[in-house]
Design a protein around this ligand. Sequence first.
Ligand SMILES: [Zn+2]
Length: 650
Amino acid sequence: MKRTVFLIFLIYWIAGSAFGQQQHSFNPKEYQYLWPTEASSFLSSTFGETRAGHFHAALDIKTWGRRGYKVFATRDGIVDRIAIGPRGYGKVIYLKHADGSYSVYAHLLAFNDRLQQLADSMRFSNDYAFEIDRKIDDRNIRVNQGEVIGFSGASGIGPPHLHFELRTPSEKPYNPLLTNLHVRDTIPPQIKGISVEPLSAASTIEGKNAIYTKRAWRKNDHYELGTVRASGKIGLGVNVFDQSNKVHNAYAVYELQLTIDGQDLFKSRIDSFSYDETHQMFIDRVYPILKNSKQGYQRLFIADGNSLPFYQRDGKDGKLNLATGTHQVRIRATDYFGNSTTTHLTLNITDPQITHTLPPESVDKENGERGNAEAPHWFHNWITFEDSQIKHITVATTDSTNFYKHKNGYALNLESSDNQYIKIPSTGPMQLHRIIPGNRGYLSSADGQGFAVFPEHTFYDTLSVGMSIQKSRNDSMRVHILPETFPINEQFSFYISRDSSLTDIQKLAWYKLDREDHEWELIPTNFTKEYLIGHPETLGTFSILRDTVAPELRRPRLRRRPDGQWLVMVDVKDNLSGLDYPRTKIWVNNKRGIAEFEPEDDRIVYYHPGFNPSSSSSLTVTVEAFDYMGNKKSRTFYLNLNKRNGTAKK
Ligand SMILES: [Zn+2]
């Protein structure tokens, strides 16, 4: 019964697809798919999980931390495309099947001989290029179901595993479990906790206008969350994961349902999505929690700007504006095999307790202590300040209708007011502008020394954005474009006035400090006579820095891959702009090979299909590497194969 519903849904969705011009009707249930590897029949990830900036579009199949397992064609087909690169899918094969659909096999160690030879000849003839991405359907390379097309590996992102993806004829990924493929799963999802988000400046949860989280506990056959007190408009979220038999990986759940006082208010189910929408992962999840703690709380409401196809959209969006009194909340999570769990929550709703007021006088921020003024809670339509923060922050409003006093803190409502002025000690003064999706947005710094331009679809929803500049020298400055913890859709540009005394712009560029790994990330930069221009893909703080240090090369060593291929590896590290890996060249015993780059392991790998060191007692390894600012390093190493140790010679 349930399967029939899926099928009808799928057919309906394909028929209704905007790209539904395919000749063949596509119905994955009509075909027998073969499990694509001998490695295991266990999953490390399911379809629709949270990834750094998108949804996971496939099944990840466990390879037990090892590489070199056979990978099979899941159905008959032709090889549509092959690609090799340092990030993302790494070494990947795309097959196209008779019904126009695709299967994708990523993070491979190597392709089968025929495809590897083809890829290598393309690479050697393109000046020993490491990367390729070629559509080769015109070569008509046929593969049969069960044929070995490659070997599992760890190329691109992540530890060893096979990423197995299916796509419709219009190239939308769909859940491979919608086919005959299955795993053993009798374990219901587990609920870790909930989040409650304020959806207005006047809302409070447990007395605060801030995102609130609470852990669930197990009681008999379900989970309990106790009582949460709230007022005003709110939205719920749930931190839930699924497991299957015999493995410990945590998976995404398939279906979520929210019921309040017996009424269904929200339902989602993850069957498919399009690549155009995959970044909306950010607004399907509670983004500030995801960003700060890496935990994927799934929203039980449809945030503004969310067009994903997961939700039952019948006039309900899950945003709650409940009457005062108590309400019984039930959240149900179901995995693909119908195992389900529920959790219970009592919401105790009271009237908002706010008063309109003028902002309190701020103490001297320049000399005084800064408190926790770094991070007021920034929402689309308002900013909330804790009592300890507001002392150090200037809010220049003379109109108390937009400023509230809560029981625990203050809120500045931004919905109806453009050009709000605030001054946060760590970033300086800024004028906040409303940036509206669908319109090109423009923002200038309070000192008039810079501005930012936002393309039409930079933001998912209207947001107030502010900008300030801190200059210490003509070639050293920081630009803050806040709020930092908001996801954006699209690259934007900022323009900072160039000091006429700044003539040496060699090796200067904009960078953003990644707070997690404390590494500087290079931002696309260009300079004109008047401006220093950056083109970032996130909001935040940007610094201009000069990189004059070449990459470091060390520790050459000989290694053999599980498939027998010999390699030479050399560690590489670059301090600021990063390795310009397409420019890297490598020779072993004067024979040039392909310089593959493995960024997760910070190494360059010498690859030549004909390389066999067995007849040599030593190897001469020469590497030439550049960073993105053009700083060059060349080194020659002598590798004594009897001792298997490398020594470097200047
Ligand atoms: Zn994957």
